[in-house]
Design a protein around this ligand. Structure first.
Ligand code: SAM
Length: 289
């Protein structure tokens, strides 16, 4: 069976998992923030194409959502450490169009985001927008400091989407839902590819840093609703939460396995819907004096 467990507890993400998420991600995103970004771009002078950098791009879902909403011409740098995902991103993004129906240019860059030396130089003076989707709940606080410093120098805008906010709920609840959620949230903050991750605190931590740097920040909820038609995604989520919660509280592993068993049996049934809380954030540079 394909491993569809969420990558929130790993640094390598299964392409099937990202495929399962893409339609649910796109339906959840706060369109108003993308429209606000488009309006800002229209008022901003540029000498050449709009340069965008997508950090942790996976298979390019962010480009496929955002490119058609923003003015052209656009040139994207798609950055990830996973060569396989980058090759999917390149294949799947061919033929993408901007809001003005022009072709979207892109290049893929293999880089480990844990090392600022590999990606900070990508934010050059021409960068207009830095974006990341489903990434920042994995990172640690010093990484956000580096990101904000990089943005500030270039006066680029930032759009960060689908950051997990610590909430999930089932339409058919189980008495252990709250305990599993708590253990999962602790796990996100105890471990992770970037060190102790920020998990549900990531958006607030980023917002504080951006505002201190003079950025104008807007946030909006972008909750996932995972209906029965997405049974494989429902199952992947349950298994991922079980894995992480059990790693965090090994003494509860048996209880969490029983919890998962019940939710796995319900997955895909007409009554079964999951809600997962996320937040989107848009930051625009300070108005020129
Ligand atoms: C949850 S996925 C999101 C992918 C994509 N942005 C999307 O919305 O579908 C997180 C992405 O971050 C990438 N990633 C994780 N750790 C990384 C690292 N140290 N350097 C570069 N990319 C990393 C993973 O390979 C994965 O593509």
């Amino acid at each position: 069976m394909t491993d569809t467990r969420p990558g929130a507890i790993r640094d390598h993400f299964d392409t099937d998992w990202l495929t399962l998420r893409e339609p649910v991600d796109h339906a959840a995103r706060a369109m108003t923030l993308s429209q606000q970004l488009a309006a800002w771009l229209e008022q901003t002078d540029r000498s050449g194409p709009l340069q965008l950098v997508d950090l942790g791009c996976g298979r390019g879902s962010n480009l496929r959502y955002l490119a058609p909403l923003l003015p052209g011409p656009q040139s994207w740098s798609l950055v990830d450490h996973d060569e396989r995902l980058l090759s999917d991103a390149a294949r799947l993004s061919i033929g993408s169009r901007d809001r003005d129906h022009g072709p979207v240019h892109f290049n893929t860059i293999e880089a480990d985001l844990r090392d600022p030396g590999t990606w900070q130089h990508l934010l050059n003076t021409d960068t207009g927008v830095v974006t990341a989707s489903a990434l920042i709940d994995l990172v640690a606080a010093p990484w956000l400091d580096q990101l904000v410093r990089g943005l500030q120098h270039r006066q680029a805008a930032l759009l960060v989407t689908l950051s997990y906010n610590g909430e999930f709920a089932f339409s058919q609840p189980h008495p252990l839902d709250a305990e599993v959620r708590q253990a999962f949230n602790e796990h996100q903050q105890a471990s992770g590819p970037f060190g102790a991750g920020l998990g549900p605190k990531a958006t607030e931590a980023l917002q504080t840093r951006l505002q201190a740097a003079g950025y104008r920040v807007s946030t909006a909820p972008s909750p996932w609703t995972v209906p029965p038609q997405h049974a494989a995604l429902q199952r992947g989520l349950v298994l991922g939460w079980q894995d992480a919660a059990s790693e965090q509280r090994p003494q509860r592993a048996k209880a969490f396995a029983d919890w998962a068993q019940q939710h796995l049996q319900q997955a895909g049934s007409p009554e079964c819907t999951l809600q997962v809380g996320h937040t989107d954030l848009l930051a625009l540079p300070p108005e020129p004096q």
